[in-house]
Ligand binder design. Structure first.
Ligand code: BTN
Length: 263
């Protein structure tokens, strides 16, 4: 266990105490063996990846966070949770949705503990966490064939967003929840450990229960071209059911991605 130097001024628990709290949260874990807390890093993905299997990396401040599809993940100073874990690739194809479920449960639990009632955290396939239609967090999974590095970013205490995020992003603080980052991480790690070990059908059912896409009209890029229609169901095992002009088509979630929102 190690912590880089320096304590922040705003967090309830000082940085020096984070590793021990996180270590406690990982006791009895199947997947997590080593904790590293850094004061500042470009990306926790790189820290966790360098630690290898079982590594957990959390940053006080992440300066060049990565998002999906080559996008940047904007952390505004110390307002967001940035955490990554490194697991063997065999953990499986559903690792990113398992991480989304774990994060949703951790967020809801932390809000309920601090300021009930909690809003439901919905999941927008494949990797977005939403509260009332706005993005509160995201999941990034990077793999090299042997290892998966799963990164989770959650907007915690931002009071406002600017530019293109203005109408699309939200934070826990904007929903009236005063929840600090460590508390979410402490809830997240055992949930992540559990969901990474959960069988596919149970993951798919929990994802469907939280699905934010049903009823929306979207265009997907698929192996056989663009498919547009109204989403009728997201099942991460069986497929995404889309009602098109030609009837209901089931898309393979491994080879499809959303390219446009039509309504
Ligand atoms: C997305 O919504 O596109 C995914 C965002 C993932 C952000 C997290 S923050 C922790 C980890 N480190 C990174 O550089 N990215 C992920």
């Amino acid at each position: 266990m190690s912590a880089d130097s320096g304590a922040g001024e705003t967090e309830r628990v000082p940085l020096e105490a984070w590793p021990e709290e996180l270590r406690r949260a990982c006791q009895g874990s199947r997947h997590f063996r080593e904790i590293r807390v850094v004061r500042e890093t470009p990306s926790t993905q790189d820290v966790a990846r360098a630690m290898g299997v079982g590594g957990v990396a959390m940053a006080w401040r992440q300066t060049a966070g990565r998002g999906r599809l080559g996008r940047a993940w904007q952390d505004t100073l110390e307002d967001g949770l940035a955490i990554s874990v490194c697991v063997p690739a065999e953990v499986g194809a559903l690792a990113s949705v398992a991480a989304g479920i774990a994060a949703a449960i951790a967020i809801e639990g932390a809000i309920v503990a601090g300021c009930p009632p909690a809003p439901t955290v919905a999941l927008k396939w494949p990797n977005d966490l939403l509260i009332q239609g706005r993005k509160v967090g995201g999941i990034l999974v990077e793999g090299d064939g042997k290892l998966l590095t799963i990164g989770i970013g959650i907007n915690c205490s931002q009071r406002q967003f600017t530019g293109e995020l203005t109408n699309r992003a939200t934070s826990l603080a904007l929903h009236g929840a005063s929840v600090d980052r460590l508390e979410i991480a402490v809830r997240l790690l055992p949930e992540l450990d559990r969901w990474l070990h959960t069988e596919a059908r149970t993951i798919a059912d929990e994802f469907s229960r939280r699905d934010a896409l049903v009823g929306t009209e979207l265009s997907f890029s698929t192996a056989s071209g663009i498919v547009s229609g109204i989403v009728r169901g997201v099942d991460v095992v069986e497929g995404i059911r889309v009602e098109t002009h030609d009837g209901v088509i089931t898309l393979d979630p491994r080879t499809s991605c959303i390219v446009a929102k039509l309504s």
